[in-house]
Design a protein around this ligand. Structure first.
Ligand code: ADP
Ligand code: MG
Length: 331
């Protein structure tokens, strides 16, 4: 028996492996890029998709932009402007903090980053292919940042094979866009698919307006407004009446401190809120926003941050179920 040599992997391979956790499908790319644009204090975010994201996912913003040095750092793994030490995660106010999205995305696509800080005369363009920097140059571009992701998984044929039909991938992309459009009503957003404008949403608006724009909900939508506060915990949003349910949770939009996020405590709370009014195998339509002290919630449970953990899940569960019951006209 012969011992096998151990090697430390190169950065590109490490990023490709890590990309498996962060970038599952085109919608994961969209999520990360839109989160970054929101974290950059953008007023307007424009999204363009071609071929359900297989050919192109482009996100442009008018946010802070980056200097050349920062732009070069942004694509490194574990490089972030959002935290300095682990304790910062406990009071995180940004959507990102892990500093791995851009490294991961650029490792598994043909990636172009164009960015300019507002006070600079010129911007920077960085072109990366499969994790390898091809070009860094000055670029004439407006203030803000544009990221283009082409040919996702071109260098990972196994991953590419796992992509579903264009219709399925597109529906995940739409769902992701809607999530952030609902959670960040201050920001103007547009969504173009294969050259066609699907949504153009004005900024500085209300949840009601966004719901109308995104779902074309009329007066018959039968949604009840939710407003409930207990201590530092605020539950708001809209919930559907018990006579309009679905067979899955695809119309349950849950947000914790502006982050699309779920948790078993929230699912249980929804069930309790509707208690006997809907059958066990049906799911109500809910748009629920929780705002609570960032110290009360752990968002670092999963690389995609889709699931959160509450320090006091019982209190959250009670508050949410009471909020729903009151909105539906119960106690
Ligand atoms: P994270 O968001 O977790 O910090 P990312 O890999 O997504 O990690 O981004 C790395 C860094 O790049 C961010 O911390 C931010 O400083 C910068 N950045 C990314 N996208 C943008 C953007 N659209 N505008 C300005 N800065 C950005
Ligand atoms: Mg990010």
């Amino acid at each position: 028996m012969k011992e096998r040599a151990i090697r430390v992997l190169g950065d590109t391979v490490i990023n490709q492996i890590a990309a498996g956790e962060v970038v599952e499908r085109p919608a994961s790319v969209l999520k990360e890029l839109v989160e970054n644009a929101i974290d950059a204090d953008s007023a307007q975010i424009d999204v363009e998709i071609v071929a359900a994201g297989g050919k192109l996912i482009r996100v442009s913003d008018d946010g802070t932009g980056m200097s050349r040095d920062n732009a070069l750092l942004s694509i490194e793994r574990h490089a972030t402007s959002k935290i300095r030490e682990a304790a910062d995660i406990e009071r995180i106010a940004t959507l990102g903090f892990r500093g791995e999205a851009l490294a991961a995305i650029s490792a598994v696509s043909r990636f172009t980053l164009r960015t300019r800080v507002h006070e600079a005369l010129a911007g920077t363009e960085i072109v990366i292919s499969g994790g390898k920097v091809q070009d860094v140059r000055d670029a004439g571009c407006p203030p803000g940042t544009t990221m283009e992701v082409r040919n996702l998984f071109f260098n990972m044929p196994a991953r590419r094979k796992f992509l579903r039909s264009e219709a399925t991938e597109l529906s995940h992309l739409k769902q992701t866009f809607m999530m952030y459009a609902l959670a960040h009503t201050g920001v103007g957003l547009s969504f173009v698919v294969d050259g066609q404008m699907l949504w153009q949403l004005a900024g500085k608006t209300t949840l009601e307006e966004r719901l109308k724009d995104l779902y074309r909900l009329g007066a018959d939508a039968r949604l009840c407004p939710v407003h409930y506060r207990v201590g530092d915990l605020v539950v708001s949003g809209h919930v559907g009446l018990p006579d309009r349910t679905r067979s899955d949770r695809s119309e349950q939009y849950l947000f914790v401190n502006g982050r699309p996020a779920s948790s078993p405590a929230l699912f249980a709370a929804i069930r309790e809120g509707y208690h006997a009014t809907i059958p066990r195998d049906r799911h109500p339509i809910v748009f629920l926003f929780l705002a609570l002290d960032p110290g009360e919630v752990d968002v670092n449970v999963h690389p995609t941050k889709k699931e959160v953990r509450f320090r006091n899940p019982a209190a959250v569960r009670d508050a949410v179920s009471v909020a729903i019951r009151r909105a539906l006209g119960g106690d």
